[in-house]
Every structure is written in C-alpha cells, then in structure tokens.
Design a protein around this ligand. Structure first.
Ligand SMILES: [Zn+2]
Ligand SMILES: [Zn+2]
Length: 216
C-alpha cells in the first residue's frame, strides 16, 4: 500500500509542478517579449537549466515542508498561543485578516531580508540567490534550500501560529509567490505611478546588481 501511495503522491506533485511551470511561462513569456527590460536576453539564456533545477528543487522542498509541518508541528505550535486568541483572530472579517497578514508578513520579510544581508551566516545561503546573472521569471527560483526555508518560515509561520486560517494564508502565499516572480522577471510594464503600489522589478533588479558587485 505504502509504495503505491508514495507513487501517487509523487505523481500529483509532478503534475502540479508541470502545470505551474506551464502557467508561469504562459504569464511571463508574453510580458517579457512585449515589455522587456533587456530586449536582447533570450528565453533560454545562460544558466537556464541550472535555474530550472532550482525551481524543481523548490517545488519538492515546498511539498515536503508543508506536509511535514502539518503532520508534526501543528500541536506544538498551537500550544504557544492561547486557543481563544486564535479563535478571535480566525473569526474576524476575511478582508481584515488579509490586511493584517499582509502588514505582518511585509514587516517580517523586510527585516528578515535585511538580516539575510547583514548576518554572515544567513548571507552564506542568501548569496546563492544573488549569484543569478540573468534575471527573469526563472531566476526568481534560484535559492539555497535553507534560504527558502528561512523565507517561507518567516513569512508564514507567525501568521499560522497566531491563528489565521489556512485559506487566508494560502491565498496570500499564492499572491506573494507570483509577485516575487514578477519582480525578478525581465519585464518593464508601463504602469506609471501604479508601480509604487505593486512593487517594481526595477527596484529589485537594482538590489541584485548592487549586491553582486558588493560581494565581488
Ligand atoms: Zn537579497
Ligand atoms: Zn531577488
């Protein structure tokens, strides 16, 4: 029974990963073609296969992490915060929850990212992400597994522990995932001042450039 279960789990993961890659290509390829930041950068640019391996690694890591956390960790986590507090959090209007989770996770990721750059131990892993020389939708996935675990954890665990329901968190994870890929993509959308609101690839590409040079 167990090997069969594993095979079907693996099959589901492979299908989900394939569909996600297809979705990303369908969304980002036309944008990178029509509004390119660097017009000369090709789809299959150098290190494409390497970054694709990082992408596949992330999907496997993600699936494993989420299953592991849900199976082994939840009881311990839930005893840290009193249940009536968690209930109060979960019964708020959904849009209030959404705003709270965005503010909380923005705050955490901002400071978490600063630590990734300023604490030598964390930088050891984060510098893999900054080693990408060609930024596009695929390069967004170039991350050391421990760096991914750190980022995923710092964004999502506190909200999870505080009692925000999985549905609220899952929706925002999906949104944040797409947004993170967008800011790495080889795209310059003519959005004008709207850029300030949804975040801009310019700023993040600049962050990458600065750091690669600082490290060399
Ligand atoms: Zn960084
Ligand atoms: Zn980046």
């Amino acid at each position: 029974m167990i090997p069969q279960l594993l095979i079907s789990e693996f099959g589901n993961l492979a299908i989900a990963t394939g569909l996600s890659i297809l979705f990303l290509i369908l969304v980002f390829l036309p944008m990178e073609k029509v509004f390119p930041a660097k017009a000369k950068q090709r789809f299959f640019r150098p290190s494409w296969i390497l970054d694709m391996c990082f992408l596949l690694g992330q999907y496997i890591l993600w699936a494993g992490l989420v299953l592991w956390a849900l199976n082994h960790f939840d009881y311990w986590l839930f005893t840290v915060i009193p249940q009536n507090f968690r209930d109060a959090v979960a019964t708020q209007w959904w849009w209030i929850q959404a705003i709270e989770v965005v503010v909380l996770s923005d705050f955490l990721i901002y400071w978490g990212h600063r630590l990734q750059h300023n604490v030598p131990f964390l930088w050891r892993f984060h510098k893999v992400h900054h080693s990408a020389e060609h930024l596009d939708w695929l390069a967004a996935h170039r991350e050391h597994p421990l760096d991914s675990i750190y980022t995923i954890g710092i964004i999502n665990l506190p909200a999870f522990v505080l009692g925000f329901p999985l549905e609220t968190i899952a929706g925002l994870i999906a949104f944040r995932g797409i947004w993170a890929i967008y800011i790495h993509s080889n795209v310059r959308l003519p959005l004008g001042p709207l850029r300030m609101l949804i975040g801009s690839p310019e700023l993040h590409h600049w962050h990458h450039d600065l750091d690669r040079h600082a490290d060399n």
